[in-house]
Design a protein around this ligand. Structure first.
Ligand SMILES: *[C@@H]1O[C@H](CO)[C@@H](O)[C@H](O)[C@H]1NC(C)=O
Length: 329
């Protein structure tokens, strides 16, 4: 009795451990968030927002590049010092901008914000956006982690907002840090906007260089406590619930997870009951063999009770069937 229950316990424990190791990877094709599945595979490849800052006498431009589907890969030969390490999904690069010569002078900072670095998997969380106002179509908030810079933890919070008719690739500013394009066809370049005129000697805070109808919006890069956070808003129809309802099957694994836990819990409860009951019987009454089991006699009677019950049911069915025969009278 004892070795058996121990091995059963061990089995239950290993089932539980397996369930815990099933933390989902970031799969942009089937991203499971609050029992919904989102498909962001149409947004594969690098997407960049460019910001500019004037801290007199210097201008700085930053490129923030994100790929939800795969780690970023730089185009051509770029010195390792001037690019994010392998495995980076979100990368920020700060350039010193020469406003007179109209070109970048030097790379000042390279910040890997999120990704898979070494053994550590990329960690991410997702949550559905609450729709508060009428006309707000919802979406999801995705938090990506894993980066570190100057000892400070990095993360990116991306709000994927549902916007019908917007793919999510519109109005992107061409950053100077070039990345290898995704499978998505190269977008048609839109005309650049005229240069803004804020350069009046007083400087200006970091702001996005934005084209009209830009889908990817820079909301800030903030230092809070020990963490630096990049905030992005991404307008795309792929974050809409409608697109989600078309694919219910991916929900199954979640239900399976729930039932696995249910089974494990029931199993543990029964095992604990049997073990404790046997222990009681052993100690109190010095029971052995079948008598060890709590309600051992009831358990032994179960086959007879079942047989008895089946016979009764069969009898009822037969008699009601024959009574049906008389109804013709
Ligand atoms: C850098 O910012 C300036 C505005 O401050 C802008 O005119 C310029 O095009 C930007 N450079 C790049 C490569 O985006």
């Amino acid at each position: 009795m004892r070795p058996l229950s121990l091995s059963l316990l061990a089995t239950a424990a290993s089932i539980a451990a397996a369930a815990d190791s099933q933390r989902p990877k970031l799969d942009c094709k089937a991203l499971q968030i609050d029992s919904h599945t989102y498909d962001f595979s149409a947004l594969n490849g690098p997407h960049t927002v460019v910001t500019t800052e004037f801290a007199p006498p210097s201008y700085y431009n930053r490129t923030y590049t994100i790929d939800l589907c795969a780690p970023l890969v730089r185009k051509g030969d770029v010195d390792a010092r001037f690019k994010c390490p392998e495995g980076t999904n979100v990368c920020a690069i700060k350039h010193h901008w020469d406003a007179e010569k109209k070109k970048s002078e030097a790379v000042e900072e390279v910040i890997p914000i999120a990704g898979k670095f070494g053994e550590k998997e990329l960690t991410w969380e997702g949550a559905r956006l609450k729709t508060e106002k009428e006309g707000e179509a919802g979406g999801v908030k995705i938090t990506l982690r894993g980066g570190k810079w100057e000892g400070r933890e990095q993360k990116a919070i991306v709000e994927m907002r549902c916007k019908k008719g917007v793919a999510g690739t519109e109005g992107e500013w061409e950053g100077e840090d070039e990345y290898v394009k995704g499978k998505r066809a190269a977008e048609e370049e839109k005309k650049e906007e005229g240069h803004n005129k804020d350069g009046d000697g007083f400087g200006f805070a970091e702001k996005q260089l934005k084209k009209e109808g830009a889908a990817l919006i820079w909301e800030g890069y903030k230092r809070e406590g020990e963490v630096d956070t990049l905030f992005l808003t991404w307008n795309t129809e792929h974050a809409c619930e409608k697109a989600v309802e078309d694919k219910p099957p991916a929900d199954e694994s979640r239900h399976w997870g729930f039932f696995t836990w249910l089974v494990v819990l029931v199993f543990l409860a029964v095992a604990a009951y049997l073990i404790f009951g046997s222990w009681l019987n052993y100690n109190r009454y010095g029971a052995r063999g079948w008598d060890l089991l709590p309600h051992g006699d009831t358990l032994r009677d179960i086959p007879y009770l079942l047989k008895d019950w089946t016979r009764r049911v069969l009898n009822t069915v037969q008699s009601s069937g024959s009574r049906g025969g008389y109804s013709a009278v």
